[in-house]
Write a protein that binds this ligand. Structure first.
Ligand SMILES: Cc1cc2nc3c(=O)[nH]c(=O)nc-3n(C[C@H](O)[C@H](O)[C@H](O)COP(=O)(O)OP(=O)(O)OC[C@H]3O[C@@H](n4cnc5c(N)ncnc54)[C@H](O)[C@@H]3O)c2cc1C
Length: 336
């Protein structure tokens, strides 16, 4: 017996799960509300994903096209406060490139993709929700764009501003992805809303550097109306990736969690497809493993997040770092 799986949402989690299930011969249909390729609000900095996870999913070659990231520099306003080697190598990769490559791979291995198809309900059995963060009244806005011709001081620059934080990471093809998470300010609008948020947060040096470089206008993207942390769960729904829980972006670990949750769900879903377990058992098993694997990092990141987004927290962090007591490598490990 082979039962089919229906995946709702074709971001990293849905596409990688679809590819891995197809490689095991499971019939998969994936419904994606949008189209490919497209830019997405994301720092495009992947950290913490293990090679074995990518191998199991069949994605190792795709991720190899990313730019190796080894160094980071942090600014508090215009002051440089930290220069460090990343405790482990990360990757910079454009979501335009990555999501498109995964879409093509999913179709190559026989997955059925239905674009521009927004699913709102359906029989929960055999249906996996990989539809990203759950819409909610939240205080955050994410903004991003690609810039060409902008020099960066390290593979990843992090800028702490009064209203949030921004990452600037090399993503290949001469592009730097500038992406920030800010507290929503309804007085800021206009075409270049990212620069407006940078100026409002005291990050005018970064705004000036961008203004003399070349911004790819088609890459501008924005997202608002979400909350960080565990997402509200609808009874009976199996949710993975951001739809299960959204780790604050400063960790650079959300994309890894999307891949890891797809890997973790793979065996229970394959057993369900082969008729070896029923849906309830598969769902319970996956939910338990998600909690075991991700609860600690979600908690750690939510404790640290206010240190990066409030003036008091930022001053505390920079003071601790000045005194040489900031356990950078330990915090890094705690969040993975
Ligand atoms: C400002 C910001 C910066 C970030 N920076 C980083 C970073 O540097 N590094 C990192 O690792 N992570 C980062 N992240 C997080 C990362 O982008 C996510 O964790 C990751 O994309 C989650 O993948 P996913 O597949 O679960 O969800 P998504 O990538 O959001 O994909 C969900 C998909 O589902 C589709 N969809 C939604 N609803 C429906 C529906 N009803 N029917 C059909 N389709 C639907 C959507 O169109 C979308 O394509 C950042 C996030 C933000 C907001």
């Amino acid at each position: 017996m082979t039962r089919a799986i229906k995946i709702v949402g074709g971001g990293l989690c849905g596409l990688s799960l679809g590819i891995a299930l197809r490689r095991r011969g499971v019939p998969v249909t994936l419904h994606e509300a949008g189209r490919y390729p497209r830019h997405r609000v994301c720092g495009e900095f992947i950290s913490g994903v293990r090679r074995e996870v990518l191998e199991t999913l069949g994605l190792e070659d795709i991720l190899q096209t990313g730019v190796s990231q080894e160094s980071t520099v942090w600014y508090h306003g215009s002051r440089r406060v930290l220069v460090a080697k990343l405790p482990e190598r990360a990757l910079g990769i454009s979501r335009w490139v990555l999501d498109h490559a995964l879409q093509l791979r999913f179709q190559e291995v026989g997955g059925v993709l239905v674009e521009r198809s927004r699913v709102t309900s359906g029989n929960p059995e055999g249906q996996v929700w990989c539809c990203g963060r759950v819409p909610a009244r939240g205080q955050w806005i994410g903004l991003k764009c690609h810039v060409r011709g902008m020099d960066v001081e390290a593979d990843l620059e992090v800028h702490l501003g009064r209203n949030g934080y921004v990452g600037a990471a090399r993503v290949g093809d001469g592009r730097v992805n500038v992406c920030g998470l800010f507290r929503v300010d309804r007085s800021l609008a206009g075409q270049d809303v990212l620069s407006a948020y940078l100026e409002a947060g005291g990050l005018s040096v970064l705004a000036r550097r961008m203004s003399v470089a070349s911004v790819d206008e088609s890459s501008r993207a924005a997202v608002a109306g979400f909350c960080l942390g565990r997402q509200p769960k609808e009874v009976g729904r199996l949710a993975l990736g951001d739809a299960w829980g959204m780790i604050p972006p400063f960790t650079g670990n959300g994309m890894s969690m999307a891949f890891e949750s797809a890997e973790l769900a793979l065996d229970p879903l394959s057993r369900y497809a082969d008729g070896m377990t029923d849906w309830n058992e598969a769902e319970k098993c996956i939910e338990r493993q998600l909690r075991i694997k991700f609860s600690r990092r979600l908690l750690g990141s939510q404790i640290l997040h206010p240190c990066l987004t409030s003036s008091i927290g930022q001053s505390f962090l920079t003071a601790v770092n000045r005194s040489g007591l900031l356990p950078f490598a330990l915090c890094f490990r705690l969040l993975r």
